[in-house]
Design a protein around this ligand. Structure first.
Ligand code: ADP
Ligand code: MG
Length: 318
């Protein structure tokens, strides 16, 4: 049986040049550069609620960090440090090996250091706290949208929710289609470079974790505005498109969770800047609508009719 300390040493201790002091003391120490604000965010993944307990541990390690990197991206903050609070039903060394490999692979890609955490026995629960730097006043808040702004989203919408719907038996996808969507569900790619590029360009931003309408709804509520969205403009993968006739699939696009794309608003004058960012990053960026003064969100079909959305997003307590 490995001890808790041995476990931390073996699976979660690395040299951390980006911190003054990393894992091993009662607290880690970090240095914030002059002129910077510290951005802090926590996201918890609960076994059985956010993932299947038998999910591939490498993907879980990836996703536990990815969802946090996504929050930093949505604030236009540069991720620097993370802590990891782990609750494990048992010490499974193979599981820990793969979990930490998935976490560190993504951490290394984004030069983020794991500087501390906590490890206890209990129901499977993965909680990452991320800290990042953003120049004073440069963070992208949900409250910054202005009437007349364009509404943009990165990437495509709905693939992750479609994969989940297939796993839950609500829809039957062809095997190759499921494989294509499953990577969006298990290995979301946080839009880190995009978030940083949007500093000084976007008025507001959010990452799409609970579905486009729910998350855009947060921008609208915080900014005291509304929006008009064109359903036909929404970016949809070629995998999802053939299934779009089914109401469930429309729902995946508008209200499906786990996309981890960014939704952001930008003044019309900055359209060329957004297009430049899109081509620099090789990332699809789509203008899906406009911020309006009337405080509601309207989604229009191609024929101009209003699409009725009963359920605007995934609510954990519903
Ligand atoms: P304490 O009793 O002071 O809370 P712990 O024994 O919980 O200390 O942790 C010892 C060290 O290991 C601390 O520096 C803590 O931040 C770190 N640590 C514990 N669990 C993890 C983990 N899962 N990932 C990274 N660091 C961890
Ligand atoms: Mg502790």
């Amino acid at each position: 049986m490995v001890s808790e300390f041995e476990l931390i040493r073996r699976f979660f201790t690395r040299v951390t040049p980006g911190a003054v002091l990393g894992v091993g003391d009662d607290a880690a120490l970090v240095h914030i550069r002059h002129g910077m604000e510290l951005a802090v965010s926590t996201d918890m993944l609960v076994g059985g609620t956010h993932f299947f307990p038998d999910a591939d541990p490498f993907f879980l390690g990836h996703k536990a960090l990815a969802v946090n990197l996504s929050d930093m991206a949505a604030m236009a903050a540069q991720s620097c440090w993370v802590t990891l609070a782990l609750s494990l039903p048992e010490v499974d060394e193979m599981w820990l090996e793969k979990f930490s490999a998935g976490l560190f692979a993504l951490a290394d890609e984004h030069q983020v250091a794991l500087i501390g955490g906590d490890t206890t026995r209990g129901p499977l629960n993965l909680c990452v706290t991320i800290m990042g730097e953003v120049p004073h006043g440069a963070a992208l808040r949900r409250s910054g949208a202005q009437v007349g702004d364009d509404v943009w989203v990165s990437g495509v919408l709905g693939d992750a929710a479609l994969a989940l719907a297939h796993i839950q038996g609500h829809i039957q996808l062809a095997a190759k289609d499921f494989a294509a969507c499953a990577s969006a569900l298990h290995q979301p790619m946080p839009r880190v470079a995009l978030g940083l590029a949007l500093r000084g360009v976007a008025h507001s931003a959010i990452d799409i974790s609970d579905g486009l309408l729910a998350d855009l709804g947060h921008i609208l509520a915080c900014s005291n505005v509304g929006a008009e969205i064109a359903f036909a403009a929404l970016p949809i993968s070629c995998t999802l498109r053939p299934y779009l006739g089914q109401p469930l699939v429309k729902h995946c696009v508008l209200a499906g969770g786990d996309d981890y794309e960014l939704c952001f608003t930008v003044p019309v004058a900055y359209r060329p800047e957004v297009e430049k960012i899109a081509s620099n990053l090789g990332l699809l960026m789509t203008r899906i609508g406009t911020i309006t003064a009337e405080k509601k969100c309207i989604v229009r079909a191609a024929d101009g009719s209003v699409i009725n959305i009963e359920e605007s997003g995934y609510d954990h307590f519903r």
